[in-house]
Design a protein around this ligand. Structure first.
Ligand SMILES: Nc1ncnc2c1ncn2[C@@H]1O[C@H](COP(=O)(O)OP(=O)(O)O)[C@@H](O)[C@H]1O
Ligand SMILES: [Mg+2]
Length: 300
């Protein structure tokens, strides 16, 4: 009750967008999680185990993602960030553990539970994963076609165009092929597609990797703006310290096959763990912190 973000988040998703999809199912299912878990956690992972042959990637991993926050997921390469995301999305079967996403069980065999997750999440995969033979607009139409076949073609096109613009692309980008766009624009196209179904929960895997610092900062800014305007919960895998300092409410660190800490940055920075200390107190971290708090007083 004390957090004004929580009750508003759900309403904004349907209210902010004149084209918001309001079929009965999406309305019922968006309300359901708040009743089920008191509006506390958007994602709750307990005791997650992921093994590939003799390799154990996760071993008893716990994670809570709160509604309406941007959580940054960090960890060394190969620590299982992408596997964690795929497990949460129900795209990969974990060895053990429980995963709840917006009140649905990601490990359930019930197709309705999986559909609930699919309909209420948007994903930007690490490689962008746009269909290269489809235009950007057609790419954005794919999830609409799949989940809302009842929509008339012209509506679908309008909706796709709206998402393209929402992602900060010019309208003419909708008729271009992904290969005709710059790297930064392709990321935005991927974001437009992730937003196609007005999901309350957005997953992004290394969205600023490969972008120049200005492009990355612009993407961060767009993400923060959209998150606030649409009341989104954002699960953001990143190795980009600037992104963590610029837009993340909390940061979860993957190490030793677990989430070793999940807290606001100030707390994470002080956490006594070798990887955390190396990552947050190296020269790059100092530069990122400096950007967040530019020494303005000295200039006066
Ligand atoms: N489908 C799979 N089969 C076998 N090994 C996998 C599979 N998916 C991921 N892995 C392994 O799990 C580990 C974690 O991978 P990943 O989640 O992609 O790491 P990252 O933290 O860099 O995203 C890696 O060693 C990877 O090789
Ligand atoms: Mg990865």
């Amino acid at each position: 009750m004390g957090d004004p973000k929580k009750p508003e988040a759900g309403r904004r998703v349907s209210g902010a967008n004149a084209f918001a999809l309001t079929n009965d199912e999406s309305r019922i299912t968006s309300d359901q999680p708040a009743d089920a878990d008191g509006g506390e956690a958007a994602i709750r992972v307990r005791g997650l185990v992921n093994r590939f042959g003799s390799q154990t990637v996760h071993d008893g991993l716990d994670l809570d993602v709160r509604r309406g926050e941007i959580i940054g997921i960090v960890g060394g390469s190969g620590t299982g960030k992408s596997v964690l995301m795929r497990s949460i999305l129900g795209l990969q079967r974990p060895t053990d553990g429980s995963i709840e996403v917006l009140g649905a069980d990601a490990r359930s065999d019930d197709p309705r539970q999986r559909q609930h997750i699919q309909r209420h999440t948007g994903v930007l995969f690490q490689d962008g994963a746009l269909f290269s033979s489809l235009t950007v607009g057609e790419n954005v139409e794919v999830p609409l076609r799949e989940h809302h076949p009842e929509l008339p073609e012209t509506w679908r096109r309008e909706l796709a165009l709206l998402k393209v613009k929402l992602a900060g692309l010019p309208a003419d980008a909708a008729s271009k092929l992904p290969a005709q766009l710059s790297g930064g624009m392709r990321k935005r196209a991927g974001l437009a597609r992730a937003l196609a179904l007005d999901p309350p929960l957005l997953f992004l895997d290394e969205p600023t990797a490969g972008l120049d610092p200005i492009g990355a900062a612009a993407f961060d800014h767009l993400l923060r703006t959209l998150q606030q305007a649409l009341g989104l919960t954002v699960f953001l895998i990143t190795h980009d310290l600037d992104t963590l300092y610029a837009i993340c409410d909390r940061v979860a660190v993957l190490a030793d096959r677990k989430v070793v800490i999940n807290a606001p940055l100030e707390e994470v920075e002080r956490f006594d763990h070798p990887w955390v200390q190396e990552y947050f107190h190296g020269p790059r971290a100092r530069a990122a912190r400096g950007q967040r708090n530019p020494p303005r007083q000295e200039a006066d």
